[in-house]
Design a protein around this ligand. Sequence first.
Ligand code: AVJ
Length: 332
Amino acid sequence: MKPAVPAVPSAFSPSSPVSFIDLQPAAGRFLDDVFAGLGGSPKALPPKYFYDARGCDLFEAICELPEYYPTRTELALMRNYAADMAAQLGEGSLLIEFGSGASVKTEALLRTLRPAAYVPVDIAADALHASTARLAAAFPQLPIIAVCADYMQPLRVPELKHIKASRRVIYFPGSTIGNLTPEEAQGFLGRAHELAGAEGAMLIGVDLKKDAGLLHAAYNDAQGVTAEFNLNLLRRINRELAADFDLDQFRHVAFYNAAAGRIEMHLESLRAQAVTVSGRTFAFGAGERMHTENSCKYSVGEFQRLAQAAGFRPGQVWIDADRLFAVHLLRV
Ligand code: AVJ
């Protein structure tokens, strides 16, 4: 079922360069999603719930790991080619970013693109507040309209009548598109195509297919930070949904599924056990897994075909010398 598009409160104050619009999903959604995921077979949990305050910190730590190549590779692409990207897109656009998090990758782009306004969208309210405060100080002239929302759901960007923009540019870094299956990704890109509108464009970071050993290491780091990140989901469920997961009785599992072209993360029950969540009990067999994340990898051609199926015209692609990561320009 298509969820209702939430109404946008008129929170914008033209006197302040930063405004904050809260479209966070209702708290009850988390419990519904966990019940649905644990009640299914195989069991699964949506990866968007990784990002509570501790989850955001752990993800930041993952981004610094020697094995986790995507963040530093994409950041270098953004820094090296920001001028090139801006030349393709033109000044004065409305820059909408999905999953802006700490907005580190956006800085070079903001300098070269010189957008009319910046609309960071993220589900993590705390990260959004922190990053917009930092960016407002670095770009005092730039109107920033932060939107706290689940951008994977249909999203209506508020009418910004006071902002004259040449076009909409959607920036979606981090290869977060990989969390979706190709079918879901096509639907998501189709909605982004609609949101971008006439003359619009999308700039999207996509992790490339590569040697399985490199991929395996990136999701099974020696320090165990990724394992902590995965297990933190159970800690969050315990705290927010009155559950009693014993974190010592589950282990992190991540592997490359070559047939599906994706890393899969799971949490595996070390023994037969029962877990209660808000009064409902779920049985786990020894070795039973909960699927917590997909991270799909795409060759340039595969991703361009997907974008085309969603209505986009593929444009320039920026790739690092080691061919680890791609940033694609897509035009409406
Ligand atoms: C933020 C979804 C792009 O898939 O690489 C990192 C999340 N999971 N390590 C990824 C993640 C485990 C990350 N994305």
